[in-house]
Ligand binder design. Structure first.
Ligand SMILES: *Cc1c(COP(=O)(O)O)cnc(C)c1O
Length: 463
């Protein structure tokens, strides 16, 4: 089959995630056929640097034979068995032990799921169950953040704070509230104000929400260390210490969603370690298996685990694929390789600082209002050079830049007018140079394209 054949069949039968079905049908999909290291290769033979590691997950890069072998060997031995009804299998046991060894010392248990969304569904049921077992039946509210992404199941959407998602397919799960995100560029940045004061204001907003709901009615607060899908939002240094103090004051559980930040993205095994958070629960997925097979889970701290174990009786919860042996074997091998190759320390000590130097230089580009990064996650905030402010949303400048990136051989994602990257953790210095050079060229091309468009043809040319 050739590209047009795939596109025709795709249009006829395939409903894509997070996609305007009709618009995609008219345009035709890009068909990705192969992957090698940090590159993907499409059906036209274009070699594209994958600046997003798939969807924030292919941390060891494409084509890792060791992971293929781990899957093959496990499928020969035992392709599937469940962990229900007092049974388990070696891959699930081994992976549980490995994860708890890598996690902070107060975390010694894991509940496996098939994805990050299922992990967050598990979190919601677990925190409410925990407080019920503690005799605090009213502690049911969970507070998340505006513009947060915690998955696409009903609980994931409800915990998340993405307005367009909330508007579809509701009603949402009751007793979930959202507070202001620590997004300095988007929401703050007023002259005469500083980021750390802003970070403390965001923590104060959390405290105000707790007081509004009633402290004996709030079960947990959920957040990512660095908000990924929301736009690679790195909080001001003051934010997390202030949030931790608020949660401790009112005895509210902390859930840190590590689906993106876990497994080396921020230069530590978990993003919570970078920020010193010691969360009660950590949902995980994505980088756990470098995306080679679907697997997720919830790392459960002793406080919650001990109560569930000692006082809980049966927890009526689980998935057919909880701890799937083939997925667990691949995740295990993935973590072994990361340890053996020192991937996490290299992100912290070498690749992260190197990317930061190169990335920061993009701030001098007229289209860029802010360039930020931490570990191997980064963002560029696009602004109108004429005004220094954001472009009119209808211009969809971020999407234009993203399409021009693709055309120049780079996957960089756009969230509105924020361009984001999250490359594989095995990227080299030369490949970081290539990434940054291609990003700069795409910014130049975006600027040229914008200049060429006269105001009355804006809409047509940009869509
Ligand atoms: C991707 C993501 C999820 C959902 O994971 P899925 O495996 O897609 O269900 C949850 N939380 C965060 C922070 C994510 O980035």
């Amino acid at each position: 089959m050739q590209t047009p054949d795939y596109q025709r069949l795709d249009r006829a039968h395939h409903l894509h995630p997070f996609t305007d079905f009709k618009a995609l049908g008219e345009e035709g999909s890009r068909i990705i056929e192969r992957g090698e290291g940090v590159y993907i290769i499409d059906s036209e033979g274009n070699r594209i640097l994958d600046g997003m590691a798939g969807l924030w997950c292919v941390n060891l890069g494409y084509g890792r034979e060791e992971l293929v072998e781990a899957a093959t060997a496990q499928m020969r031995e035992l392709p599937y068995y469940n962990n229900f009804f007092k049974t388990t299998h070696p891959p699930a046991v081994r992976l549980a032990e490995t994860l708890c060894r890598l996690a902070p010392p107060h975390i010694n248990r894991v509940f496996f799921t098939g994805s990050g969304s299922e992990a967050n569904d598990t979190v919601l049921r677990m925190v409410r169950r925990y407080w019920a077992l503690k005799g605090q039946n009213d502690k049911q509210w969970v507070i998340g953040r505006e513009n947060a992404y915690h998955g696409s199941t009903v609980a994931g959407v409800s915990l998340g704070g993405m307005a367009p998602m909330h508007q579809q397919g509701g009603p949402l799960v009751p007793k979930i509230a959202h507070v202001r995100q620590p997004y300095w560029f988007q929401e703050g940045r007023p002259a005469g104000h500083d980021p750390d004061a802003f970070g403390r204001e965001c923590a104060a907003a959390l405290e105000a929400k707790i007081q509004e709901l009633g402290e004996d009615r709030v079960a947990a607060f959920i957040a990512e260390p660095v908000q990924g899908a929301g736009g690679a939002i790195i909080p001001p240094a003051s934010y997390w210490p202030a949030v931790k103090a608020v949660l401790a004051k009112y005895d509210i559980l902390l859930v840190v969603d590590e689906v993106i930040c876990g497994f080396g993205r921020l230069g530590e095994w978990f993003g919570s370690v970078h920020y010193g958070l010691a969360p009660d629960l950590m949902p995980i997925a994505k980088g756990l298996s470098s995306g080679y097979l679907p697997i997720g889970g919830v790392l459960v701290g002793d406080r919650v685990a001990d109560t569930l174990i000692e006082e809980g009786g049966e927890f009526f919860h689980g998935f057919t694929y909880s701890g799937h042996p083939t997925c667990a074997a691949v995740a295990q091998r993935n973590l072994e390789l990361m340890e053996a190759e020192g991937v996490v320390a290299r992100v912290r000590d070498d690749l992260g600082p190197y990317l930061a130097r190169r990335w920061q230089a993009l701030e001098s580009h007229p289209l860029v209002g802010e360039a930020r990064c931490l570990g191997l996650i980064g963002a560029l905030e696009l602004i109108d050079p004429a005004t220094g402010e954001r472009f009119d949303e209808s211009l969809a400048v971020g999407n234009l830049c993203r399409d021009l990136c693709f055309a120049s051989g780079l996957v960089m994602r756009s969230v509105g007018d924020t361009m984001i990257i999250s490359p594989p953790l095995v990227i080299t210095h030369a490949e970081i140079d290539e990434l940054v050079d291609k990003a700069r060229r795409a910014l130049d091309a975006t600027l040229e394209r914008l200049a060429a468009i006269t105001s009355d043809t804006h809409e047509e040319s940009l869509t």
